[in-house]
Ligand binder design. Structure first.
Ligand code: UD1
Ligand code: CA
Length: 455
């Protein structure tokens, strides 16, 4: 049996009041569509397609930048979820069973999908809807069951009678269909309903042979149509992720201001301090202390690393490194074992060798630095000449005096030194000292030349 998945992501989501399509609105700094695509990939469908519509170029850009082998289908006008699904007819036709998912319900997971598919197969239903009971069902389609409890239809909020509106079992927007049955039902949908849209949910009544997989995990079915909904999703999942990390041995003294993305991995005995946001595909080792007030995105961090008030993006930090307070790693840095980076240091696209110290007020850009180098306070690599960027190379055990400007491209040899305050425009051979300074001039009795205000 072949399986396919169609994710509906064409809606504008007017209530978000966003410039982007709703499915790109984020939960824990990741677009909702990304969560749904991850679940679909983890499930392992033979084919995955996404129906785009409103600002489709943004949705397609996100997909192609982050996923492979996802086909997209364009819905030119947002006429409802039934119309959206019909745009993916080509994919539906090519598989035996198709799963339709909403791109704005991020917590659907592979396990729930597997359970629903196994009910779908066992029961022989032509459509199986994933449902759950939730405390505040307003806005969701309600699961209508006959007196015997048999699932018969989904009623949208706008079309609910007052009695139906009291039903707490809701449609998650995730379904398995026999592909043939779905393709036959879609052209029969009508938009004569309170919403004036072609509802995919009406396929249940048209197809008839329907089942509902009522899952216990109410969170799995939640969707977001507004910023308030998004906030509720963020709040719910944030703690869930933090508690799961605790179970894995990660420490938190308080959860205040801590946001950790769903794909982040953190080792045991690492302590995360307040106001720390860790996102993307960041991996952090064991025994680290991250925070307070740190922002880490797409970094690979070793063991026993201390990051105090640090921002780091797309960089690698090896074991036993200490950074901070108040320093920044911009993309493309490799900070090797035992490096110490102190306060007000910015490093970009550079490789800093083992045990090197960059203690204070320094900018290193496009630099390759050996091991055991010492930077005095206030060093700058002048890597940009106004048109091009150039690299600076510094050999191991070099000593860069305070306030040195290194005008790239330039090389400082191993074990070489620069005098404090020097602007270095020539390569310095190994073991040499380079000093670029005028002699100090002393003017005796200078005070006698003008009236200096004395307190
Ligand atoms: C839908 C379901 C509802 C369910 C809820 C779960 C229908 C008619 N209703 O309602 O039963 O409880 O999801 O969250 O399906 N979309 C398109 N093109 C369109 C319209 C929508 O691609 O023309 C996409 C949206 O981008 C969204 C998804 O389909 O990702 C769901 O659409 P939305 O309008 O949010 O449906 P709901 O009213 O939430
Ligand atoms: Ca929705």
């Amino acid at each position: 049996m072949t399986t396919g998945c169609v994710i509906l992501a064409g809606g504008a989501g007017k209530r978000m009041k966003s410039e982007k399509p709703k499915v790109l609105c984020e939960v824990l700094k990741k677009p909702m569509l990304g969560w749904v695509l991850d679940a679909a990939e983890e499930f392992g469908f033979d084919k995955i397609g996404v129906v785009t519509g409103y600002k489709n170029n943004l949705t397609e850009e996100y997909i192609s930048a982050n996923y492979q082998n996802i086909s997209t289908y364009y819905q030119d006008e947002q006429k409802g979820t039934g119309d959206a699904a019909s745009r993916a007819a080509e994919l539906i036709k090519s598989v035996d069973t198709v799963c339709v998912l909403n791109g704005d319900a991020p917590f659907i997971d592979a396990e729930t999908l597997r359970n629903a598919l196994s009910l779908h197969e066992k029961s022989g239903a032509d459509v199986t809807v994933i449902s759950a009971d939730i405390a505040t069902p307003f806005g969701y389609g309600r699961i209508i069951r006959d007196n015997g409890g048999k699932f018969s239809a989904i009623r949208e909020q706008k079309d609910c009678s007052p009695k139906e509106a009291k039903i707490t079992e809701v449609n998650s927007g995730a379904y398995f269909f026999n592909s043939k049955a779905l393709l036959e039902a879609l052209p029969r949908l009508s938009n004569k309903n309170a919403g004036g849209e072609f509802y995919l949910t009406d396929c249940v009544e048209i197809i008839g042979n329907a089942e509902a997989y009522r899952c216990d995990n109410a969170q799995a079915v939640l969707g977001a149509n507004s910023r308030r909904d998004l906030f509720a999703l963020n709040e719910g999942i944030r703690n869930k992720i933090l508690f799961k990390l605790m179970d894995e041995g990660v420490s938190f003294i308080t959860l205040d201001g801590i946001i950790i993305g769903k794909d982040v991995k953190i080792g045991a005995d690492t302590l995360i301090l307040p106001n720390t946001i860790i996102t993307g595909k960041t991996v952090i080792g064991r025994g680290c202390e991250i925070g307070a007030n740190s922002r880490i995105e797409d970094c690979v961090i070793g063991d026993n690393v201390t990051l105090d008030n640090v921002k780091a993006v797309s960089s690698t930090i090896e074991d036993n490194v200490k950074i901070g307070p108040f320093s920044q790693l911009r993309p493309g840095c490799t900070i090797r074992k035992g490096v110490k980076i102190g306060d007000f240091v910015e490093i970009k696209n550079s490789d800093i060798g083992e045990n090197t110290a960059v203690a204070h007020l320094t900018y290193l850009g496009d630099s390759d630095v050996g091991r055991g180098v010492n930077f005095g306070c206030g060093c700058v690599t002048a890597n940009y000449d106004g048109v091009n960027k150039h690299r600076t190379e510094i050999g191991s055990h070099a000593f860069i005096g305070c306030n040195t400007n290194l005008i790239a491209p330039v090389k400082i040899g191993e074990n070489a030194a620069t005098g404090a305050g020097s602007t270095i425009t020539k390569n310095v051979p190994e073991n040499a000292l380079a000093v670029e300074r005028t002699d100090v001039k002393i003017y005796e009795n200078w005070h006698g030349n003008f009236e200096r205000k004395k307190k």
